[in-house]
Design a protein around this ligand. Structure first.
Ligand code: ADP
Length: 495
């Protein structure tokens, strides 16, 4: 889909054809490093204009799903400048090092001439520390997002907050952190791991490179010998003189009793949007999907990645993979199935567990992430249910795949990304007080958000409580909701 693509009806309203906002009476200028659904969304957004540049995709290039995740190395925007006092009406810089500048006149096609940048992580890492951002500019990723998205750091941060919680609030409270499998970093925690291994003979462990993705480099093992052989090869610097440092891995207890549907294992992709770390403001998307393995689950063949790893990147290479059938269910389908099988209450509890995972994990890095009002992050959480319907956090991605595997997947991602832009609201069409925007529900803003539909639920001790504003897997009538939301916001603004 390219620029002339038909856009959803709610966007064809008067306000969006002639967007007026914080940027004034002109188009919103964007840059994008990826060639996938996100580029389609940006190109299809009324009143948004692509800024050609070295880290951007020429307009006549069609989004190409095969190239998803391809990272380009871009250049620093030309408005890199001396820093300001942190927050001004004119512009802000990082590091509080100097004087601020006023917003420059619009010079079309200059490299720093953008309002919104869907950049890749590498670009941000290379440019963040020296770049200048104006008040209105928005950019994807927080500077040190890896604190949550590298497997070893995520666990380290979670363990730290768990300990602190136990210290300050008691052991019982610490149990709310029992959602990540026992994990050690290798090589640094090898000896502690060996002790733990010996305490639990016969269980299965999974070994994962800390910073790789898509199931690459992962394997399962049962015997210590497997790991010592591997360690000899992997951490023997002399075997490869060009290797400077051994790669960091995590070794993690394998969840041996995953919840199975049709005999197959799956994990759930949950989308979470963080627009601020201080105060922590978190949105949860209603829709997502479950990714199934292609082969029936069994612990007999732990070397078979088609059985044990649910990554689409792995499953699509399975010999009997059917691209038409795919291996996904929508989160709505999954919730419905689970409700039919276990009842609404059990499923509600299981999904509350996912809310807990999201909030605790974000809180574990809240003080570490460099909070910046220009930055936002759309995370892809991977959650696995065990046979007791307990959700486990597997990992958190800062660049979840935005390439569509089929029409349904495309529609999901197209809506999801459009709704990210609706939440960020560069067009300034909303009031800022919304609890729901399209498929995004506000889960947390410096504290839990409650749904204001007047519904109450019974707690185990017989009292009533308002329902949390969390609707993962619930009906997502985003287009209708947005139509009503924009109309309501317009009349509030007028009055
Ligand atoms: P990657 O970043 O390479 O995708 P993940 O940590 O997401 O690595 O693991 C890939 C897949 O392996 C997951 O989607 C899940 O199916 C499986 N997996 C990972 N860790 C565990 C675990 N501890 N127990 C059971 N399955 C796991």
């Amino acid at each position: 889909m390219s620029k002339g693509t038909k856009v959803p009806g709610y966007m064809q309203g008067k306000g969006s054809r002639n967007p007026r906002g914080i940027i004034g009476d002109r188009e919103i200028r964007y840059k994008c490093s990826l060639q996938n659904t996100v580029l389609d969304v940006l190109r299809g957004r009324p009143g948004w204009q692509e800024v050609p540049g070295q880290n951007n995709i020429p307009q006549n290039v069609q989004a190409n799903p095969k190239q998803q995740g391809q990272q380009s190395t871009g250049q620093q925007p030309s408005n890199t400048g001396k820093s300001g006092s942190g927050s001004t009406n004119q512009g802000t810089t990082f590091g509080n090092k100097g004087s601020f500048q006023s917003i420059p006149p619009i010079t079309r096609n200059s490299d720093g001439d953008w309002d919104f940048y869907w950049c890749d992580r590498e670009w941000l890492a290379q440019n963040y520390d020296t770049m200048f951002l104006y008040e209105h500019q928005k950019i994807l990723h927080f500077r040190n997002h890896y604190e949550l998205t590298r497997k070893n750091l995520m666990v380290k941060n979670l363990k730290r907050l768990k300990k602190q919680t136990e210290r300050e609030l008691g052991k019982a409270e610490g149990q709310s952190f029992e959602f990540f499998p026992t994990t050690y970093e290798l090589p640094s925690e090898y000896h502690i791991f060996v002790e733990e291994f010996k305490k639990n003979p016969g269980i299965i462990w999974i070994m994962k490179p800390a910073a790789r993705a898509q199931g690459r480099g992962i394997f399962l093992f049962r015997r210590l010998k497997d790991i010592t052989d591997w360690k000899k090869g992997e951490y023997q610097p002399l075997s490869d003189p060009n290797r400077e440092v051994p790669e960091t891995y995590v070794v993690q207890r394998y969840i041996e009793n995953p919840y199975l549907i049709g005999g197959r294992k799956f994990d759930v992709r949950v989308y979470v949007l963080v627009v601020s770390y201080n105060p922590l403001k978190v949105w949860l998307y209603r829709s997502g999907f479950a990714r199934f393995s292609n082969t029936r689950f069994s612990l007999d063949s732990i070397e078979d990645t088609y059985v044990h790893l649910t990554n689409v990147a792995i499953q699509k290479n399975a010999p009997d993979y059917d691209p038409d059938k795919g291996c996904k269910w929508s989160t709505q389908q999954l919730r419905k199935y689970l409700c039919a099988k276990h009842g609404v209450e059990a499923v509600k509890n299981a999904f509350k567990g996912i809310d807990n995972i999201i909030i605790k994990s974000l809180q574990s890095v809240q003080k570490i992430i460099i909070n910046d009002k220009h930055c936002f992050e759309m995370y892809g959480y991977d959650v696995l249910f065990d046979s007791d319907l307990k959700p486990w956090l597997i990992e958190i991605n800062a660049s979840p795949s935005l390439t569509a595997s089929g029409k349904e997947d495309y529609d999901l991602k197209f809506g999801l990304l459009n709704d990210v832009l609706n939440v960020l609201d560069l067009e300034n069409r909303l009031t800022g007080k919304e609890k729901r925007i399209g498929g995004w529900d506000l889960l947390w803003e410096d504290g839990p958000i409650l749904a204001d539909d007047g519904n109450m639920e019974c707690t185990p001790n017989g009292t009533t409580a308002s329902i949390p504003n969390s609707f993962l897997g619930c009906h997502n009538d985003r287009k209708r909701q947005l139509r009503e939301l924009f109309t309501a916001a317009q009349s509030i603004k007028k009055s």
